[in-house]
Design a protein around this ligand. Structure first.
Ligand SMILES: Cc1cc2nc3c(=O)[nH]c(=O)nc-3n(C[C@H](O)[C@H](O)[C@H](O)COP(=O)(O)O)c2cc1C
Length: 180
C-alpha cells in the first residue's frame, strides 16, 4: 500500500531515534520513497550519515541555507511529501505542533504541510501522562493528526510504563492499514 508514496519522516530528539534507520529501511522495502526532516536534537541520537545513506536522500535539518542557495526547503519538502510521519515525536515537538511554534526545520515544515500527518510519541511514561502533553495531543487530534500510540514496556530511563515508540514494523503496518 505504500508503493510510490513519498514519505517525509520527521525525527525529533528522543532515544528511539536510533530505530529510525531500520524504520526507513522497512518503508523503502514497502515501495515508499523517504526524505528525512530532523530536529537538531534528533541528531544527538542518530547520525545524519546513517539517515542519508539508508534513505538515499539528503536530510533536511536547518531552516536557513547558505546565502546564494535559495530553496526554502520547508515549502519544497511540504509540496513533495504525500504524508508526514513523525517518529519518534518528543513531548517538546508535540507541544510545538499544538501551539503553532515554527522555530526549527520540523515544526516549520509541519505548519506548511496540508496532507495526512501521523505522530508516534515516545517518551518517559510520566511525561506521556502529563496533562499538558495529553492536552496537546487532543488539540492535534482535533485537526486530524493521527497518533500511533506508544507501547507499554521497558523505557530507556530504566522504568517500565507506556511510552516506548511503537516498533518500526507496527508503524509500517499502521500506515499500510491506513492507505488500504
Ligand atoms: C538521553 C536523553 C533521552 C531523551 N529521550 C527523550 C524521549 O524519549 N522523549 C522525549 O520527549 N524527550 C526526550 N529527551 C528530551 C529531549 O531531547 C528534549 O526535550 C529536547 O529539547 C527535544 O528536542 P526536539 O523536540 O527539538 O528534538 C531526552 C533527552 C536525553 C538527554
Amino acid at each position: 500500500m505504500l508503493t510510490g508514496k513519498k514519505i517525509l519522516l520527521g525525527i525529533s530528539g528522543g532515544i528511539a531515534a536510533y530505530k529510525c534507520p531500520e524504520l526507513i529501511r522497512q518503508l523503502i522495502a514497502e515501495g515508499a520513497e523517504v526524505k528525512v526532516v530532523a530536529t537538531q536534537n534528533a541528531l544527538q541520537f542518530v547520525t545524519p550519515t546513517s539517515l542519508q545513506t539508508v534513505s538515499r536522500n539528503k536530510i533536511y535539518y536547518e531552516v536557513f541555507e547558505p546565502i546564494g542557495n535559495f530553496n526554502p526547503e520547508h515549502i519544497s519538502h511540504a509540496d513533495w511529501g504525500d504524508l508526514l510521519l513523525v517518529a519518534p515525536a518528543t513531548a517538546n515537538i508535540i507541544g510545538k505542533f499544538a501551539c503553532g511554534i515554527a522555530d526549527d526545520a520540523l515544526s516549520t515544515l509541519f505548519l506548511a504541510f496540508d496532507k495526512p500527518v501521523f505522530v508516534a510519541p515516545a517518551m518517559n511514561d510520566k511525561m506521556y501522562q502529563h496533562p499538558i502533553v495529553q492536552r496537546n495531543m487532543r488539540q492535534l487530534q482535533a485537526v486530524d493528526v493521527q497518533f500511533i500510540e506508544p507501547a507499554y514496556g521497558e523505557l530507556a530511563c530504566g522504568t517500565t510504563g507506556k511510552g516506548r515508540m511503537e516498533e518500526p514494523e507496527n508503524i509500517v503496518a499502521y500506515l499500510n492499514d491506513y492507505f488500504e
